[in-house]
Every structure is written in C-alpha cells, then in structure tokens.
Design a protein around this ligand. Structure first.
Ligand code: TYD
Ligand code: MG
Length: 451
C-alpha cells in the first residue's frame, strides 16, 4: 500500500512544503502552514480549460459573450451585465450580510426561465424554504440540494444539468479524495477546482459563496481568487441596512464596479440612485461637511464627507478616518500647512465618509480639505456645493478622470456650485450652475473664503 504523503499547505498563498516550517517559504507569512494528507494519485493536475491546438490570435473569433441577466439590476451591474455561461463567480462577505439572501433572490428570478440548482451545505431545506417565504418567493420552484460531499454534488450537476448553480458555501464542501477536514485549504481548493472544471466543460454558471475570516480575507487559500473568473465582495456594516457589492476581479467586466442594495424585511432591494441615499442630509447645516463627487466604476456618486477638527490634549494629535486612508489624510494636512498656511499640528482631526462608503480614489482630496478647513474656520459651506479634485504634494490641483460625468451627476441632483480642477472645466458651461476651475490650493482656499 502506498504510504500517504504528508504535506504542509500555506493558508495565505496555498503554497506547499514537505516539512513543517514556521514561515511559508513562498509568501513568507508566519504560522500559516497546516498539515494535510496528500494522496498520491496520477489523476491530479488537469487543466481548468479544455486543451487544444496552437492557434493564431488574429484568427480566433472573439464572440460577444451572451449574458444571463439576474433581474437584480445592481447585481448585474457588478457582474458586468449579468452572469456568463461557463463563468465562475466567487462572492465573499461577513456572516449575516446577505449572501444567501441575494443568491436565493437571483435564482428565484432565473428559475422562471432556466434550470437552476441551489446547493446548500449550511442550511437545511426547511430553513431555505422559510427564507424563501419571507422573501415572498413562495410559488417559485428552485431545485435545492442539501449536500456537502463534492462527488455527489458533481453527480447531481451532471444529472440535472442546471444552467446556473449556486454553492452555499464552498467552505462546507469536501471531497473524498482528500483526508483533510472540510474548510481546510486543500479541501476548499480541490472542490473549487473540480467545480470550475465542471463549469468550463459544461458551460454551467457556478456561483460560490465564500466565508470571510476575521481579518477580512477570504477563508481558504488565495488561490481560490485565481481559479474563478469573478470575485465579488459584499460590504457594509450589519448595523446599517445598506449593502455594497464590489467587484475585485472580473474577467468579463470592469472592476471596482459597485452595486448598492438596501436590506429590507423582504430581502435585498437594489438602490438605483445611491447618491440620493447617501446625501440624506440634515436641513440644519453644520460646519465641516462637504459633498464630494466620487466615481465608483462607471457610476459617479455623491457622498458627504464630514470633518471635525478639535484641539488635542495628547502629545501626538490623532488623525482618524472612517472610509478613507488615514495616510492620505496625514499627507493632505501637510500640504494644507505648507501650501495653504493652515496648521493642524495641535489639533485632532477626524474625517468620516457618511453612509459606510469607502473612497479610495484621490479625487476626494479637495473635498476632504474643504471639510477640514470648514471645520477649522467654523464656517458652514453652501448647501448646494459639490467638490472634486486631486491635490498634489506641490499644492497643485490635478485633474481627475470622467470630470464631465461627475459634473452631470452633481447637476442632476440639484447642486448649483461645483469646485473642480481647472483642467476638468467643461467646454460648454451647463445652464443654471456655477462651475469654478481651480489650479492651486491657494486658489481653492481663496475661493472658500469668499463663499
Ligand atoms: P443571509 O443571507 O443569511 O447572510 P449570509 O448568507 O451572508 O450569512 O442574511 C441574513 C441576514 O439578513 C439576517 O441577519 C437577517 C437579514 N434579513 C433581512 O433583514 N430581511 C430578509 O428578508 C432576509 C431574508 C434576511
Ligand atoms: Mg448564508
């Protein structure tokens, strides 16, 4: 009998070593190797896609990929227009954020016209039925399989031949080919690989639901992200009813696309005008609040940024941000001091993006500083003011992408005074709104003083 071979697999990168070490030799992370038993089998290492002969790229016919719309417009938006036959989607998120709910809703809409299958390893059939009732999906037939053994899931897929299959969740599946426990690195990877192979061979769309660890990474190896075509993350705090789905990787569409949902007592509802939702502001304006026009994927969005500057009682004043990079704030404060003559070295600075949104693009720079200055000077900004623009280390205001679209979105929502980088000035002024193009921080501060 062949002796089982012991392997140590890294939980971070999925790399393998034959003996235990404190540090993974592949990604250099510490304390991540766990023991698994690898069976020596000749069958392993099959390609994910079918192999073929050498072709010339110019001779390959690029086909328009047909999309399978899910009827949830916001979900389709992050997917790049809908699901793709043979495409594999991984959707990760914190427990209780609504992953199962979203996919049950999507499958219910798809089940009307197509064959679908919902594989649940986490909940029993009656739990799923209870959720479906709650979602008002009583009359709709969705085939459900409660199973955690990969071999039997694959057999059902082969037999039922659904067009769309959901696996809830990939961490509960296990294959008999491996001895490791379900949820371990090797099991998750092996199951994902087998199902991906099935998807590519049969043209089935497979959606994996994935758990997220306390640190926010997808539980299981990072290789899971390499195997699949699309990686989506569900965000938003469970305290608020807003849920954001962000695309991190998409072989069939744009990344950084954002879908906005609200969790209601009847499941997730798409929010097609998120600006209106994030801008739900008080009538009584306070200093330190400024609206930024940010761009999420292909959609411009207006979000409120709030700043509070308060004298500090600690030797190292605090710079605290919610929804923004704190290093970016520290940099902007340095620029404000050097090029604008306004210092905050004895002040605590808190900046918050309202509504649980996270802004990563530098186009929010000008709005952040506007909010900070407004708080320092205790000056209320005009209610219908919107700002965007990047600030450089030399105190210059740099243009941002898609300036026209941002301007249009702000105008559409009734903003009538827009501060933007000079290079983003429109050739034709939109009617009824004032647009000020700025090229330096001094100019911007001067402009704020006169508001
Ligand atoms: P669920 O889809 O089970 O989360 P996940 O699969 O990501 O762990 O989400 C369940 C949460 O959503 C739960 O806390 C209850 C809430 N919820 C509603 O508010 N309204 C609803 O209609 C449903 C079905 C769930
Ligand atoms: Mg679930």
């Amino acid at each position: 009998m062949a002796k089982d071979k012991t392997l140590y697999v890294c939980a971070e990168c999925g790399g393998q070593t034959t003996k235990w070490q404190g540090q993974c030799p592949h990604c250099l992370a510490w304390n991540v190797l766990s023991e698994t038993v690898a069976e020596i089998k000749p069958r392993r290492f099959q390609a994910l896609a079918a192999s073929g002969k050498v072709q010339r790229l110019s001779e390959v016919q690029a086909r328009e990929i047909p999309r399978i719309p899910t009827s949830l417009a916001e979900f389709d938006r992050v997917l790049g227009g809908g699901l793709v036959a043979g495409g594999v989607v991984l959707i990760g998120g914190d427990p209780g954020i609504g992953k199962s709910t979203l996919l049950l809703q999507a499958l219910a809409a798809l089940a009307v016209q197509r064959k679908t299958l919902y594989v649940s390893g986490e909940e029993s059939a009656d739990q799923i039925a209870m959720r479906a009732n709650r979602l008002g999906l009583k009359g709709i037939d969705i085939p459900i399989l409660t199973e955690t053994r990969l071999e039997s899931v694959l057999a059902t897929l082969n037999h039922e031949q659904p067009q769309v299959a959901v696996i809830d969740s990939i961490q509960t599946l296990y294959t008999e080919a491996l001895q490791a426990a379900p949820g371990s690195v090797s099991q998750v990877r092996e199951c994902a690989q087998e199902l991906t192979r099935h998807a590519k061979q049969t043209g089935t769309t497979v959606v994996f639901i994935g758990h997220v660890t306390k640190e926010g990474a997808l539980a299981g190896p990072r290789v899971l992200e390499h195997i699949v075509d699309t990686v989506l993350y569900f965000e938003g705090d469970t305290g608020s009813s807003f849920r954001l789905i962000r695309a991190f990787k998409n072989r069939f569409g744009a990344v950084n696309e954002l879908g906005v949902f609200a969790m209601t007592d009847k499941g997730l509802k798409g929010v097609n005008n998120p600006s209106a939702l994030f801008l739900n502001r008080a009538e009584q304006e306070a200093p330190g609040s400024c609206v930024v026009v940010t761009q999420e994927g292909t959609r411009p969005m207006l979000v409120e940024i709030q700043a509070l500057v308060d004298s500090s009682h600690t030797p190292t004043p605090r710079r605290l941000t919610v929804g923004l990079d704190p290093n970016r704030l520290a940099m902007l404060l340095a620029v404000l001091h050097r090029h604008g003559g306004i210092g905050c070295f004895d002040q605590d600075v808190f900046v918050n993006v309202v509504g649980g949104v996270r802004i990563v693009e530098p186009a929010a720079d000008m709005a952040i500083l506007t909010a900070v200055v407004s708080s320092i000077k205790n000056k209320v900004l005009p209610h219908k003011l919107a700002v965007f623009g990047e600030i450089g280390l030399a105190g210059e205001i740099r243009p941002v992408q898609r300036g026209q679209e941002r301007l249009k979105e702000a105008a559409k929502l009734g903003f009538n005074l827009i501060l933007l980088p000079k290079a983003n000035m429109p050739k034709q002024m939109p009617a009824g709104i004032q647009v000020r193009g700025l090229s330096t921080l001094q100019e911007a501060l001067e402009c704020l003083r006169n508001l």
